[in-house]
Ligand binder design. Structure first.
Ligand SMILES: NC(=O)c1ccc[n+]([C@@H]2O[C@H](COP(=O)([O-])OP(=O)(O)OC[C@H]3O[C@@H](n4cnc5c(N)ncnc54)[C@H](O)[C@@H]3O)[C@@H](O)[C@H]2O)c1
Length: 342
C-alpha cells in the first residue's frame, strides 16, 4: 500500500484497520485491550504459530490470518502492532513504516541506540505514528510519582533506586537466545527501569555509566552466545543525580517478582513497589522524613493503556509524534550499561 492510498482511505474511515504481528502472550493481551476499546478494527493477524493464531480467533472473530508481515503489507491496513521476539522488532517496524503504516511496537523497539534511531528516522520520514509499549509509565502510581517530581514537590531529586527482578523468569526459550532476544534481563526489564527513571525526571542527559552483568552467577563473557540474567548499574545524570538499577531473571527472591521504583529529593521521596510479588499490583507512597502517605494502592488494569492510547491517536489522524524520540535516549543508556561492564 502506498502512503497516498493510506492517506485517502484514512480520511473517510473513522476506525483505523490494524494488523497484529506476533500474537503470543503480550500480542494477544494488547489485541484484546484494543478490541475492547472499540477504537480500531483488528483485521489481520500474522504469527508463525498456528496455536497462537487459534487463540486469538475468539477475541477477534472475522479477522484475516496471513503468513507473515510481508503479506500483511498488502492487506489494506492503517497500522501494525508488533509483539514478536525482541530482536525482530526493528526490522519489522521499519518495513511497516516504509510501507506507510503506523506502528505500535513492544519494548524494546530495537537492540541498540543506532538501531532505535533507524526506526525513529523511518517513522519521521514516512510521517507515521510510532508508539512503543513502555507500559509501566501507565500505572497510576508512576503517573503520580512523575507528577510530584515534575511539580517540584520532591525538591531537587538527586537519587533514584530502581529494581526489577523477575524471579519467575521468562517462560519462552527465545528469551535465552541472543539472536532472537538481543540480550537478557537488561534489554527485557532494565529497559523499563531506565525509561521510568529518565521519563519521570524529564529525560536528563546520562553522563556516566558503570555496570556489572552476570550469567548464572559468573560475569557475562560473550554476548553472542550468552544473555545476562543479573545486572546492576549506576547512571550519573547531568545535574548531579545518580540512578541505581538492578534487574534479573530467576533470582531466588522468594516471590515471583520484586519491582521498585523510588526517587529521593531535597523535599521528600516517593516510591512505587509491587505488592506480594505481583507483576501487576502496586502500592505507591510519598515520603516525608520518616513518615509516609499512600498515593495509590491495589489492582488496576493498566497493561493495555499505551496500546489503547496509540489507537486513539491513530484514530484521530495522528502522524509522527516526536515524543517517541526519547526512546533513543533510553536505548543509548542501555548501550552504556552493556558497554560499562568493566
Ligand atoms: N510492554 C511490556 O511490558 C511487555 C511485557 C511482556 C512482553 N513484552 C515484549 O513483547 C514481545 C513478545 O513477548 P511475549 O512474551 O508475548 O512472547 P511470545 O513468545 O509469547 O510471543 C511472540 C510471538 O511471536 C511469534 N513470532 C515469532 N517470530 C515471528 C515472525 N517472524 N512473524 C510473526 N510472528 C512471529 C511467535 O510464534 C509468538 O507467538 C517481546 O519483545 C517482549 O519483550 C513487553
Amino acid at each position: 500500500m502506498t502512503p497516498s492510498l493510506v492517506d485517502s482511505r484514512q480520511s473517510i474511515a473513522t476506525k483505523p484497520r490494524l494488523g497484529f504481528v506476533g500474537v503470543g502472550w503480550i500480542g494477544r493481551n494488547r489485541l484484546e485491550a484494543i478490541q475492547k476499546s472499540g477504537l480500531a478494527e483488528v483485521t489481520a493477524v500474522a504469527d508463525e504459530s498456528r496455536e497462537a493464531c487459534a487463540a486469538v480467533e475468539q477475541i477477534a472473530p472475522g479477522c484475516h490470518y496471513v503468513g507473515s508481515l510481508d503479506e500483511m503489507l498488502f492487506a489494506d491496513l492503517d497500522g501494525v502492532v508488533i509483539a514478536t521476539p525482541s530482536a525482530l522488532h526493528a526490522d519489522q517496524a521499519i518495513t511497516a513504516l516504509e510501507h506507510g503504516l503506523a506502528v505500535f511496537c513492544q519494548k524494546p523497539l530495537a537492540r541498540t541506540a543506532a538501531e532505535t534511531t533507524r526506526v525513529i528516522d523511518a517513522a519521521r520520514a514516512a510521517d507515521r505514528l510510532l508508539g512503543v509499549d513502555l507500559s509501566y509509565r501507565n500505572t497510576l502510581g508512576m503517573r503520580r510519582v512523575r507528577d510530584l517530581i515534575q511539580a517540584g514537590a520532591l525538591g531537587h531529586v538527586y537519587a533514584a533506586d530502581l529494581v526489577f527482578h523477575n524471579a519467575y523468569g521468562p517462560d519462552k526459550p527465545w528469551f535465552f537466545d541472543p539472536r532472537l532476544s538481543g540480550g537478557g534481563c537488561v534489554i527485557d526489564l532494565g529497559v523499563h527501569l531506565v525509561d521510568l527513571a529518565l521519563w519521570a525526571l524529564g529525560f536528563p542527559r546520562v553522563i556516566g555509566t558503570t555496570s556489572r552483568l552476570y550469567s548464572k552467577g559468573a560475569p557475562l563473557r560473550d554476548r553472542t552466545s550468552q544473555v545476562e540474567d543479573f545486572a546492576e548499574a549506576r547512571l550519573d545524570l547531568d545535574g548531579g543525580a545518580v540512578i541505581r538499577l538492578a534487574c534479573s531473571w530467576n533470582l531466588p527472591a522468594g516471590r515471583d517478582a520484586v519491582i521498585e521504583v523510588a526517587f529521593y529529593g531535597t523535599g521528600g521521596g516517593a516510591a512505587m513497589r509491587n505488592v506480594n510479588g505481583s507483576f501487576l499490583d502496586f502500592r505507591t507512597e510519598r515520603f516525608r522524613g520518616t513518615s509516609r502517605e499512600v498515593l495509590s494502592d491495589g489492582h488496576e488494569d493498566w497493561g493495555g493503556r499505551a496500546a489503547v492510547e496509540w489507537s486513539r491517536q491513530l484514530a484521530a489522524g495522528g502522524r509522527f509524534d516526536p515524543a517517541v524520540e526519547h526512546v533513543a535516549e533510553v536505548a543509548s543508556a542501555l548501550d552504556g550499561i552493556y558497554a560499562g561492564d568493566a
